[in-house]
Design a protein around this ligand. Structure first.
Ligand SMILES: [Fe+2]
Length: 297
């Protein structure tokens, strides 16, 4: 991990889940996302201490554990630290077991539920400008990856995009990254280049993106969605259950699946099925206890 300057008082810690850092003039700082494990949080904390940054605030872009589980360490280490999250993510911050329940459609298998009982939050944020530590931060709704996902623009015109946009490396590695609501994701992707900021940071890989380079990465993400949309419609020339579709997609694209990755793909495939059904492109039928989907054109 390493502290990198982006612009003015805005930095980020390059990490498996990049964290934004805004330094206030009095030495206090704000983190945007707090990483996954306690050992990652300890590494981040070491960097803050080495630079004499005093952690006072955390904003979480969304409730996935690699973005907010570090809160638990930081809130214990810095009792003064205030946590902010999106109002729409409130049910998940208050009940993180819902993450596993979405994966499993019921009380989840043990290994799908590595979350604590709750993530304490001091202030839930609605879209708009919020003064934190006396400085204005713009909260922008970026739904799709999760329903309440937000982006944050700092006073230095740096926008932290969380997982609303994926790096080329992530798309090459995972083929089909997690999406909860495909229609919202597509709308969000089209909206990203309209954000009034000069620098953008996404959470995994890629580093800082200049505003002029953002449309290319947006188009890369949209093209990947289009590719899987075509692939799913082609596979659904014959009726398939969701489980069969997940199998075909993972084999066609050489996606190796562990328990969590299987459920990530299954959720994303479900998001495609909802979207394609809403577009009138696929229909579903129940037959002998199985739910089949098929291209309806
Ligand atoms: Fe995420």
């Amino acid at each position: 991990m390493e502290l990198m300057k982006i612009n003015g008082n805005t930095y980020y810690i390059k990490a498996p889940t990049n964290a934004g850092v805004y330094l206030f003039n009095n030495g206090d700082c704000l983190l945007i996302d707090s990483c996954f494990t306690k050992s990652q949080a300890l590494q981040m904390d070491k960097i803050l201490k080495e630079n004499d940054f005093n952690l006072r605030y955390i904003i979480n872009t969304h409730t996935h554990l690699d973005h907010c589980r570090g809160n638990l360490y930081f809130q214990e280490a810095y009792p003064e630290c205030k946590v902010y999250a999106s109002e729409k993510e409130r049910p998940f911050m208050e009940n993180p077991y819902l993450l596993g329940a979405i994966f499993f459609s019921a009380s989840p298998l043990k290994h799908l539920n590595p979350a604590p009982l709750s993530f304490p939050v001091d202030h839930y944020l609605e879209p708009g400008i919020h003064k934190i530590g006396g400085q204005p931060f713009k909260v922008i709704p970026l739904p799709g990856h999760t329903r309440g996902h937000i982006g944050i623009v700092t006073p230095d015109r740096v926008c932290f995009l969380g997982d609303s946009l994926f790096s080329r490396q992530v798309i090459r590695k995972y083929s089909l990254p997690y999406l909860f609501d495909l229609e919202e994701s597509i709308k969000t992707l089209h909206f990203l280049p309209e954000i009034d900021a000069d620098h953008f940071l996404i959470s995994h890989e890629e580093g800082v993106i200049a505003s002029k380079d953002l449309p290319d990465l947006v188009n890369y993400n949209l093209a990947n969605i289009e590719k899987f949309q075509k692939q799913i419609l082609s596979l659904l020339q014959q009726p398939l259950t969701k489980e069969q579709l997940v199998k075909e997609i993972s084999l066609n694209n050489n996606i190796a699946l562990n328990l969590v990755e299987y459920h990530v793909i299954q959720t994303t495939v479900s998001a495609f099925l909802t979207y394609l059904n809403q577009k009138g492109l696929i229909a579903y039928t129940l037959d002998e206890g199985r739910l089949y989907f098929q291209h309806s054109m």
